[in-house]
Write a protein that binds this ligand. Sequence first.
Ligand SMILES: Nc1nc2c(c(=O)[nH]1)N[C@H]1C(S)=C(S)[C@@H](COP(=O)(O)OP(=O)(O)OC[C@H]3O[C@@H](n4cnc5c(=O)[nH]c(N)nc54)[C@H](O)[C@@H]3O)O[C@H]1N2
Ligand SMILES: Nc1nc2c(c(=O)[nH]1)N[C@H]1C(S)=C(S)[C@@H](COP(=O)(O)OP(=O)(O)OC[C@H]3O[C@@H](n4cnc5c(=O)[nH]c(N)nc54)[C@H](O)[C@@H]3O)O[C@H]1N2
Ligand code: SF4
Ligand SMILES: [Mo]
Length: 716
Amino acid sequence: MTRTVHRSCTLCEALCGLDIEVDDGGTITSITGDSYDPLSAGYLCPKGTALADLHTDPDRLKRPVAKQPDGSFAEISWTEAFDRTGDEIRRIQGEHGKDAFAIYFGNPSAHNSGSIFLLPFLKLLGTRNRYSATTTDQAPQALAAYKMFGHQALFPLPDVDRTDFLLILGANPAVSNGSLVTAPNFKQRIKDVRGRGGDVVVIDPRFTETAKIASAHHFIQPGTDAVLVAAMISVIFDEGLDRLGAVEGIVDGVAALRAAVESFDVETAARVTGIAADDIRDLAIGFARAPAAVAYNRVGVCQTRFGSVTSWLVNALNIVTGRLDTPGGAMFANPAADMHWLVAQVLEPGSYDGHRSRVRNLPEINGEFPVATLADEILTPGDGQVRGLMVNAGNPVLSAPNGARLDAACEQLEFMVSIDFYINETNRHADIILPPTGPLERDHYDLVFHALAVRNTAKFSPRVFEPEAGTKHDHEIILELAGRLGRGPLFGPLLGPLRWLSKVVDPMKIVDLVLRVGPHRLSLRKLKRAKHGVVDLGPLTPMLPDRLWTKDKRIQVAPDLFVAELDASRRALCEGEAGELDDDAGRDLTLIGRRHLRSNNTWLHNSARMVKGRDRCTLLVHPDDAASRDIEDGGTVTITSRTGSVAAPVQLSDEVMPGVVSLPHGWGHDREGVSWQTARANPGVSVNDVTDHQLLDTLTGNAAYNEVRVRVSPGG
Ligand SMILES: Nc1nc2c(c(=O)[nH]1)N[C@H]1C(S)=C(S)[C@@H](COP(=O)(O)OP(=O)(O)OC[C@H]3O[C@@H](n4cnc5c(=O)[nH]c(N)nc54)[C@H](O)[C@@H]3O)O[C@H]1N2
Ligand SMILES: Nc1nc2c(c(=O)[nH]1)N[C@H]1C(S)=C(S)[C@@H](COP(=O)(O)OP(=O)(O)OC[C@H]3O[C@@H](n4cnc5c(=O)[nH]c(N)nc54)[C@H](O)[C@@H]3O)O[C@H]1N2
Ligand code: SF4
Ligand SMILES: [Mo]
């Protein structure tokens, strides 16, 4: 007898419905796409099956471990692990102030219902040294959303299923499966746009998997998208093609936007971006004239110096062509559980530059500092120096810019704790690691990605396996730690109720509450009764102005800070105003990143079936650039930047534009002490050993991974 459990995949944002078949002996016999799921309709990518490997991985931790004097880890009891961690956090914050203890949370936090408990935990911890993967990722889009729509997470979603013209800048959804928009099988959705007679245009320095199925692709000089989009908006105003459509009457600042883009002519844009002037003009006019159109940008753009400016301009382009809140344009979801509301209750709808970081004076964004400056805060002595660190579900040594520097900084910490079920390149420095249950051992409701999906649905994912005796969920670990943060006489009395709380208030109870007060009046009971746990709530519908989080329920299309920064981008990109990091040490190529279907940021490389086949951590080099440097296909080269150098095998390819090279992130598993045995066998190198902690998006401090200047020379 086998049983089938229906649940959503929690590995990426696509939220694919899975059918997980388990036999009597508790072995997963198959993982396939659930054809009944209204979002994914039977699709899954190869990573979906890796959930089985994760479940059985002998390298996965199940009990807390503590660092021994010889540098190895040994198991300790939960009580000892919590007590020691609590003591150390209290000691550090007691002796050196709240800010002396920092916290970093990584990407998987967003895919775990237990993370709801992180929000109050952050408040309790009371430190300004909050960091996350956000400042390597979507911080620019978060700032644009906050300044324009009033909420850091109110991202306009490309209504890909109904559009006639999809403009993609700096995203490769055919591989990433979509980000800040949940649209499983994005590849098919793109093909469907074209099948309907529509256009898909991709702007990317690489001829990507997405570009290959698009109607058109334009190579762009990395980091110059702001100039392209500003020029497009300028053409649209000049041609009189601007209109507000559905948002007429609730938009302010159109005249200011017009003035801001006026000086961006297509000839200058062509010179800066490398896209022909006629192509830019045609693109703008084609976009504005299409019956339904939407522009969408993602990490390729965010990870540049003017990522925030560009993210704002992309929103502005959608607004002034009447695409916002219109079917086939940029829309907002109407989620059954309102994540935006929840975030606003527990933390805040958003914030920017309320305070600044100690060492580099960088503005906070939504209460966080850029992870690019975490090492500075650890390494620089003085009042408020970071002496303790908690890393939850992340691996910044491999994921943050100049991870090598952070790697060294972690060594200097007085105390480090991590919530993670692996010993990775970051928490190998920890004193204590607290491993949570695996993804198949807990119930799940996706608060985040249902709220960013191209179709309104609600799905409950039951656990596939009961957690092993003596293991703990993420939320239980967080609550136990919270109990230890109380000081002196508070500590004892607080611990009891919190322990009790972790038994009765699991995240699903909170989800249930949020579903009940939500617009569709659902509940967990209703979902559990529904076939495969899922309810289809239909396509996206117009939501404005109600959904806006701005106080006046209006949209500012030209916020002052973006307008000012657009001028800075013009001076830097169009007039060649030199930046602080510019020099001529022969670093004549621009390094960009890339993702692979079987890889997931810094992890999943421990699954043999995810890493089998040819080497993926290769440097793509254009044949012309190779010829002038004596570089051969398959040979090893050294990539040198301002901050460091790594050696990687070369793959010659005219997929990258001349002058641009590409190396994926997430590799470099040969560091001592990690628990990933399979990953260590095929480690690759970490691109973030050569990215730059000083090269940032000018407004948010997001890592500008895609503008790193490098020298590439033959030999290892
Ligand atoms: N050069 C370059 N660098 C990049 C990027 C790039 O494009 N180029 N992309 C950036 C982006 S977009 C992101 S989001 C970041 C990601 O960077 P991070 O968030 O720092 O790293 P991840 O690889 O997502 O984190 C993986 C860790 O989370 C743990 N984990 C997985 N699931 C759980 C769970 O349920 N609970 C707990 N407690 N732990 C869990 C895994 O065991 C693993 O150790 O990388 C960034 N870095
Ligand atoms: N298989 C797989 N899927 C994933 C992940 C993974 O690691 N593996 N990671 C997940 C995460 S955390 C995220 S955030 C999403 C990210 O999802 P996407 O944003 O779709 O991610 P990428 O594939 O990195 O696409 C970025 C693209 O931008 C291009 N680019 C680089 N610089 C520039 C530039 O200056 N301008 C323009 N226009 N383009 C540029 C790159 O060549 C690349 O094709 O993917 C998620 N999905
Ligand atoms: S695309 Fe792959 S990793 Fe992402 S949710 Fe679907 S099956 Fe999981
Ligand atoms: Mo990400």
